[in-house]
Design a protein around this ligand. Sequence first.
Ligand code: CUA
Length: 196
Amino acid sequence: MADTHPDPLQRPLPDGIVPAEVVARTEKRWLGVMVALLIVMMAVVVLTGMTHAISPPSNVETIDPTTLHLGGEFAESNLGTAQERDGSLTIRLVAGQFGFTPDCTKVAADTPVKFRLTSTDVIHGFLLPSTNVNTMVMPGFVAEVRTRFARPGIYRMPCNEFCGAGHHGMWARVSVVPKEQFQSLAPTERSSCVQQ
Ligand code: CUA
């Protein structure tokens, strides 16, 4: 007899409902909800990555962290803001315990901007609040993030990866100036916020 089943969930209730069947149906529905949620979350990640140009933590572009200062892209004379032939800007920064070099750069508003960063020692973070810029800066790798600043202003860039005792004091700035003002700056003034 079904109503003497040893498992109480298999015993039909007076109205003929078998609890085990209800449980199985409900679990199947929730499984469907979970799979749908997973698909929605994956789609959000992929779509925001494509439309807001959010980059993974780092490019797979390697560099020798022990010879950065000796020459090449991250030699001191190449750091800061450089203007490309197409008018876009490339900013090269080196992160190290406990600061960024240079600690302030100027960029033009409403212009494509590309940050290229690397680290001399440990993993640091590079974050510009209220922009899509947020990346890890790892020794041995070059991190690259692209963005565009709509309005002039000062953007603080804190290191957002715990990197040691001085981590809390490791931050720098990006000063976004109007396009016309940027064009009148000398190259040395673009890689520093010191008033000249
Ligand atoms: Cu560098 Cu935290």
